[in-house]
Design a protein around this ligand. Structure first.
Ligand code: CMX
Ligand code: CO
Length: 146
C-alpha cells in the first residue's frame, strides 16, 4: 500500500547552484548526496519532514552525470523542473505487481537500488496521465545524515 510521498524529483543543470537556491531561499539543508551510476544521476536529498511511519519526505535534486542519462534527455527537451514523484510503500514488490496487474507499465522487472539503499521502480508516465511515478521502499535502517 502506498502510504506517503517519499520524494519529488527535480531535474537541474547544476546541482550545487540548485542546492544553494533551496538552502538560501527556504532554509532546506542537504541530508544526503550520492552518485547513482545506474540511474545516471548525481543527487542531493533535502529532508522536508519526518512522517508517522518512520519514513521521511524529501526533495530529490537530480543532475545528469552523462549525456545518456534519462535526466539529461529530459532536461534537453523540457529544461529544469519537476521530473517525477515518488510514493513510499513498505512493499515495493507487492505494489509494483498489483499496479502492473491494472495495465500500468512497470519499467523494471525487479526493483533496483535507489537513493540511500532504498528499492525503487518506476511506472511509465504515459500510463499515469503524464507523470513519471516512482515507487520506493526505504532501507530497513533509517538513513543517517551524510
Ligand atoms: N515525465 C513525464 N513524461 C515523460 C518523462 C517524465 N519524467 N520522461 C519522458 N516522458 C515522456 C516524453 O515526453 C515522451 O512523450 P512524447 O512521446 O509525447 O513526446 C515519452 O515520455 C517518451 O519519452 P522519451 O523522451 O522518448 O524518453 P524514453 O522513452 O527514452 O524514457 C522513461 C522515458 C520514463 C522510460 C525513462 O525516463 C525512464 O526509464 N525513467 C525511469 C528512470 C529515471 O527517471 N531515473 C532518474 C531518476 C532516478 C531516481 O529517482 O532515483
Ligand atoms: Co526519485
Amino acid at each position: 500500500m502506498l502510504t506517503r510521498i517519499d520524494h519529488i524529483g527535480i531535474a537541474c543543470f547544476d546541482l550545487d547552484k540548485t542546492v544553494e537556491f533551496y538552502r538560501s531561499t527556504y532554509g532546506f539543508e542537504v541530508f544526503h548526496t550520492e552518485v547513482n551510476e545506474e540511474q545516471g544521476v548525481r543527487e542531493a536529498m533535502l529532508k522536508i519532514n519526518e512522517t508517522s511511519d518512520g519514513g521521511a519526505t524529501y526533495l530529490q535534486l537530480l543532475e545528469p552525470v552523462n549525456d545518456e542519462s534519462t535526466v539529461a534527455k529530459w532536461l534537453a527537451k523540457n529544461g529544469e523542473g519537476v521530473h517525477h514523484i515518488a510514493f513510499g510503500t513498505p512493499d515495493v514488490d507487492a505494489d509494483a505487481a498489483a499496479i502492473g496487474g491494472k495495465g500500468v507499465r512497470v519499467l523494471y522487472e525487479e526493483p533496483r537500488r535507489g537513493s540511500m539503499d532504498s528499492r525503487i521502480t518506476f511506472l511509465h508516465p504515459k500510463d499515469c496521465h503524464g507523470v513519471l511515478t516512482e515507487l520506493v521502499t526505504s532501507a530497513p535502517e533509517p538513513p543517517a545524515e551524510h
